[in-house]
Structures are given as structure tokens and as C-alpha cells.
Ligand binder design. Structure first.
Ligand SMILES: Nc1nc2c(c(=O)[nH]1)N[C@H]1C(S)=C(S)[C@@H](COP(=O)(O)OP(=O)(O)OC[C@H]3O[C@@H](n4cnc5c(N)ncnc54)[C@H](O)[C@@H]3O)O[C@H]1N2
Ligand code: MOO
Length: 383
């Protein structure tokens, strides 16, 4: 049951329910999804606040300096005409304050200060930025560091969220080594080092990367890990050492995807096993990246109650040939709205993807000018 690439990418969204809603302390909510709109529990600023260091004043200059209020203090009395209170940025201004005169615009002589003010300047009025009860961020948004800052400033100690899906990675392949230059017949593990950053970037919480020998028993034991999703690498094809399809059949797993019509990455699969999902990535590193973006990213979004990540679109420059039956996923650099293939994109090569911004989606028979893009983690601008 090989699926068309686009259908395979959409399938986790239609077949997988979000993780249940839990309430977590705000400081633990980074990366989770808001299960309810984030609303302001208090006005912001909560009180009339000085926006500059200087003098809170009212009426016409000159003013007699009668007091000083620092951030965190409560003014001792309302401000009267002709009076000034020395004030710090962020401090609560006395009732009756019209404006704040910054030090730079003030002329002080003893306890008397003068200067030109515009009425209302440099005072942030209570609730002027956020009235109490305002809906700040809708349900379904990912809790980024700035959403977390907003939640805290809006008075939330706990948030109702769909937590980040917990993902365990299992790397198979008796030929793999994890340090140094491999001996003949062996190869360095490239996928184990790639998965943590990729999974974290897409909003999952990685529980660990386990290296497992190419035996059915070892794989079966490893699949018992406590996680929402188990991502396996290698062992997905039809070779004698390729245990995953056989083990999943023995365990009566429900196969949701078994093969995707794409190049590279066609021997990828998705199964439901007890309360967990198993995503099988092919062993070739570029194929594994394609499968992660095709099945795991939408699966993580679905479990986290987020919409399917929208694809961007760009003009596809250079010589790109389509496959007659398969969707090709081509590493490209993106500048303005133009995507240029970087080459070095054989299934066993990760070089091209390492210098690419996205994978261009080239459907079967494509001969258009533009293509959809699957963005990869940002790589900066180092060329
Ligand atoms: N008779 C067939 N053979 C193959 C088919 C097929 O349809 N019929 N499909 C080919 C395709 S396409 C791919 S992709 C691979 C998938 O193979 P597996 O998922 O079973 O992976 P392995 O056989 O274990 O490894 C394939 C290749 O990748 C290297 N590898 C594996 N893991 C890693 C890793 N963590 N880091 C770096 N490189 C890794 C491994 O040494 C092999 O060279 O099957 C084809 N064969
Ligand atoms: O997934 Mo394979 O070549 O399509 O690497």
C-alpha cells in the first residue's frame, strides 16, 4: 500500500488524535501547544507607569520636588499642581501625574526643577497596552519563548496545554560506528546525530537515542520504550538484516503507511503499536531526512494539536527532472522566492541537505515553474 507523497504527509493529521490536555507550570510549557486561548489576567501596564527616568509632573513649570518613587514602590501621595516627584523608569507614578520630564530635558536647581513637557508624554497608562481580559494568543499556538514571556507577564502560573510529544529514537545497523574513522565495511552513524536537533526543532521532546543491534529480539525490546512516538532508523527494507517490517507484523502493529511514492525515502512506514506510534525511517541518511519531514513532522504536529505546517512556494531554478511515478524531494537553497538545487543529493549523501534551506517537492510528471518547499532548520547565512 504505497501512498502518494502528499497523501502520506497528510495522513497523520487525519488519523492521529492530539495528546490529552494537561495543566503544567508556565515555566515548563515551552514548546507545548496552548489548549485554550491565552488571556490577560491583569491589565498591562498594571498601573500608570513612568517610561523614563526623571520627574513626574503636573501643570506648569517650575515644580517643587517633594518625593522620590523607585520601581516597586507605591507613591505616598497624589501629585499636586506645582509639585514634582523624582521617578524611575517602571515606577508607579503618583495619581494626578500628567507627564514625566526626563532628566536630559530637566534643569534642576536645589529642590526646584524646570523643563518643557508635552502633556501625557512618557507615562504608560494602566491598561493602555493590554486591557484586563484581552485574548492575547489563540488556542493551538505553539508556546515559544516570547509566548512564555507574555503568559508570565499576563499573570499565569500554569497553562492548559497539549504537551510536546515524547519521541524515542532507535538507531539500527551493525555496520555503524559512533566515533573515529571507520574500519573497512563499517560506516559512521549520521542519522543518530541528526535526529535530536531535527525532532526538537519540530516541537518534540527527545527521550533518548538508543543504538540497537540488527536482531528481531533487540528491536522488539527497544520498541517497548516509554514514549508517544518511536522513530527507528534502518532495517526498513527487504534485506536479511532488515527486521522492522517483520517485527511489527509479529507484534500485530496496525500499519498506517507502508511505503511512500517518493525519491529518496520510499521504504518509510508509520504504524500504531499499543498506545504508541512507530515511524520507520530508511537507513540512507537523505532518505531518513525525507521520511522525517514526510511522516514524523506531521505526526508530531498532530499529537501536539497543531495544524499541518503550511508549505511555502518558490520558483525552482536550474535543471530539475521529475520522476514519472514518484515525488522527488530535492535539497535547495532559497533566496528571495527562488529555489536552486544544491546537488549532492544521492540517498546515501547528507552533504546537499547540510547546505540547503529546504526540500523542494517535485511531484510526478512535474514540469512547472514553481514548486512547494519543506523548510529545513535555519542554517544561517554562512554560504
Ligand atoms: N532489494 C531491495 N533493496 C533495497 C530497496 C528495495 O526496495 N529493494 N530499497 C532501497 C532503499 S530506497 C533504501 S533507502 C534502503 C533502505 O534500507 P534500510 O532502511 O533497510 O536501511 P539499511 O539497509 O540498514 O541501510 C541502508 C544504507 O544506509 C546506511 N545507513 C543505515 N543507517 C545509517 C545511519 N544511521 N547513518 C549512516 N548511514 C546509515 C547503511 O549502511 C546502508 O548503506 O534499502 C535499499 N535497498
Ligand atoms: O529511500 Mo531510498 O533511495 O529511496 O534512499
Amino acid at each position: 500500500m504505497t501512498l502518494d507523497w502528499s497523501a502520506a504527509r497528510h495522513l497523520p493529521h487525519s488519523a492521529v488524535a492530539p495528546l490529552p490536555v494537561v495543566t503544567v507550570p508556565t515555566h515548563d510549557a515551552l514548546g507545548a501547544t496552548l489548549a485554550a486561548p491565552l488571556t490577560a489576567r491583569l491589565a498591562h501596564p498594571p498601573h500608570d507607569t513612568a517610561a523614563m527616568d526623571g520627574y513626574a509632573v503636573t501643570g506648569e513649570a517650575p515644580w517643587q520636588i517633594v518625593d522620590r518613587v523607585l520601581a516597586g514602590e507605591v507613591p505616598r501621595a497624589p501629585l499636586r499642581q506645582g509639585h514634582a516627584v523624582e521617578i524611575a523608569t517602571g515606577a508607579m507614578v503618583p495619581e494626578g501625574t500628567e507627564s514625566v520630564l526626563p532628566y536630559e530635558q530637566a534643569t534642576r536647581s536645589g529642590d526646584v526643577v524646570k523643563g518643557a513637557v508635552t502633556s501625557g508624554r512618557h507615562v504608560r497608562r494602566a491598561g493602555s497596552e493590554v486591557p484586563d481580559g484581552t485574548e492575547l494568543v489563540p488556542a493551538g499556538a505553539r508556546i515559544t519563548p516570547t509566548v512564555l514571556a507574555l503568559a508570565a507577564s499576563a499573570g499565569h502560573d500554569a497553562l492548559a496545554v497539549h504537551r510536546r510529544p515524547r519521541v524515542a529514537a532507535i538507531v539500527t545497523g551493525d555496520e555503524l560506528v559512533h566515533e573515529g574513522v571507520p574500519q573497512p565495511g563499517r560506516i559512521r552513524d549520521a542519522i543518530g546525530p541528526m535526529l535530536p536537533g531535527l525532532l526538537t526543532w519540530m516541537g518534540a521532546e527527545l527521550t533518548g537515542v538508543e543504538h540497537v543491534p540488527d536482531t528481531g529480539d533487540a528491536l522488539r525490546r527497544a520498541l517497548e520504550v516509554d514514549a508517544d512516538v518511536v522513530v527507528t532508523t534502518g532495517a526498513s527494507s527487504v534485506g536479511v538484516g532488515d527486521q522492522l517490517p517483520r517485527v511489527l507484523t509479529e507484534l500485530s502493529a496496525e500499519l498506517l503507511v507502508n511505503g511512500v511514492a517518493c525519491r529518496p525515502g520510499h521504504p518509510q512506514l508509520l504504524a500504531r503499536l499499543g498506545g504508541r506510534y512507530v515511524a520507520g525511517l530508511p537507513g540512507n541518511p537523505l532518505a531518513a531526512l525525507v521520511a522525517t519531514m514526510t511522516l514524523v513532522e506531521p505526526l508530531v504536529s498532530a499529537l501536539a494539536a497543531r495544524p499541518l505546517t503550511p508549505l511555502t512556494e518558490a520558483v525552482l531554478a536550474g535543471e530539475v527532472t521529475s520522476h514519472e511515478r514518484m515525488t522527488r524531494l530535492v535539497p535547495v537553497r532559497v533566496e528571495a522566492d527562488q529555489a536552486s538545487p544544491v546537488g549532492r543529493d544521492r540517498p546515501g549523501m547528507i552533504w546537499g541537505a547540510a547546505v540547503a534551506d529546504a526540500l523542494a517537492v517535485v511531484p510526478p510528471g512535474w514540469d512547472g515553474a514553481t514548486a512547494h518547499l519543506l523548510p529545513l532548520p535555519p542554517r544561517g547565512t554562512s554560504g
